[in-house]
Design a binder for this molecule. Structure first.
Ligand code: NAP
Length: 324
């Protein structure tokens, strides 16, 4: 249409150009008239959903740094009572102080700290009981705490596979199971799993991490179906790279800390950006969400519809690896 208009202009057929322009403006006005109410409705609906978060009890694991810390700020700003969980008590204290000082004008509840180790399965039920004793209930559980992996299969000790699976999968599952009976009894609740793009596509030298996140995805999908009748929502969130300490804290094949900030992590989204998106998704009870640039989305598409191309690309990546 646009090129046709240029052609007519060049031929000096101005009357036809005018008519074409008028019909185009009519189409533009019509589509605006149809889409504007929809956009306004969506914006109001989102605002209403965000307002509904006020006063909710939100338990966040891995709240001592990175994405968990950013999520604590976002939920706190929405007026939620946040319960901060992780192993390092000092860091949790820092996050709590930061929350209370940075948003002193927000009408909200003081944050609560519950130090816990996701690998210590036996104590997770006790820790959850402690939370419920203080808050009376858990409205939203954000399963965010996790650890990554750097190393190829051949040189990774089975202990490392087990440790990563324990924290990312079994710890998450145990805490979810601990919170569920109360949610079922109250006939409401929301369980959120922070998975990863690597829960949908596996990368070389991340076997334990990718496997644990694939397991989390599958667990979330099964659970969603099972608790649909109990008015319990399940959201599985799959972010791409985020600028956090995840690669620094990742375990190598021998179980040491990797200790390096990967370029991909350094150039990822900010935790604040991802946290804002997650809070909106939680407010709207989205069942799943991928938060990434185009490349991981293309890789997910290829893995499903053109697997041989995906396998080829991953083999090339493994060949070029610096970890060898
Ligand atoms: N960064 C990324 O590029 C990226 C991308 C996709 C998904 N994710 C996911 O986002 C989540 C948060 O990671 P992050 O990026 O924010 O990295 P991070 O800064 O290293 O945070 C990891 C958090 O998990 C906690 N944690 C680790 N081991 C734990 C254990 N045994 N028990 C309890 N808590 C434990 C840590 O706290 P303590 O050390 O105090 O226990 C910390 O608060 C993870 O599930 C990760 O897989 C990250």
């Amino acid at each position: 249409m646009f090129f046709h208009m240029i052609e007519l202009t060049l031929q000096n057929r101005m009357n036809e150009v005018k008519k074409l322009y008028e019909s185009l403006s009519l189409i533009g006005s019509l589509s605006l008239a149809i889409s504007l109410p929809w956009i306004i409705y969506k914006a109001l609906h989102l605002q209403r959903s965000l307002n509904n978060l006020f006063g909710k009890v939100v338990v966040i694991t891995g709240a001592s740094s990175g994405l968990g810390e950013a999520l604590a700020h976002e939920f706190y700003m929405k007026g939620c009572q946040v319960v901060l969980c992780a192993r390092r008590r000092q860091e949790l204290d820092r996050v709590r102080t930061d929350l209370m000082h940075s948003h002193s004008t927000v009408q909200t509840h003081p944050p609560i700290i519950i130090p816990l180790d996701l690998a210590d399965l036996d104590n997770l039920v006790e820790n959850l009981k402690k939370i419920i004793t203080v808050t009376g209930k858990v409205d939203i559980l954000i399963n965010n705490g996790g650890v990554s992996h750097r190393g190829n299969v051949l040189s990774t000790n089975i202990d490392v596979d087990m440790k990563i699976m324990m924290v990312n999968y079994f710890g998450t599952v145990a805490l979810t199971k601990a919170v569920l009976p109360d949610m079922v009894k109250r006939n409401e609740g929301h369980i959120v799993f922070i998975s990863s793009v690597q829960g949908l596509i596996a990368l070389p030298e991340r076997s334990a991490y990718s496997a644990s996140k694939h397991a989390v995805q599958a667990f979330g999908d099964s659970l969603r179906a099972e608790v649909a009748d109990n008015n319990i929502s399940v959201s599985v969130i799959s972010p791409g790279y985020i600028q956090t300490n995840l690669s620094l804290n990742a375990l190598t094949g021998s179980g040491d800390s990797y200790g390096q900030m990967d370029d991909s992590t350094k150039s990822g989204y900010t935790p604040e950006y991802v946290a804002k998106k997650i809070v909106k998704a939680v407010a709207q009870k989205k069942k799943e969400m991928i938060i990434s640039s185009m490349l991981p989305k293309i890789a997910i598409f290829l893995r499903k519809y053109l697997p041989s191309l995906y396998f080829f690309a991953m083999a090339r990546r493994a060949k070029k690896s610096s970890l060898k």
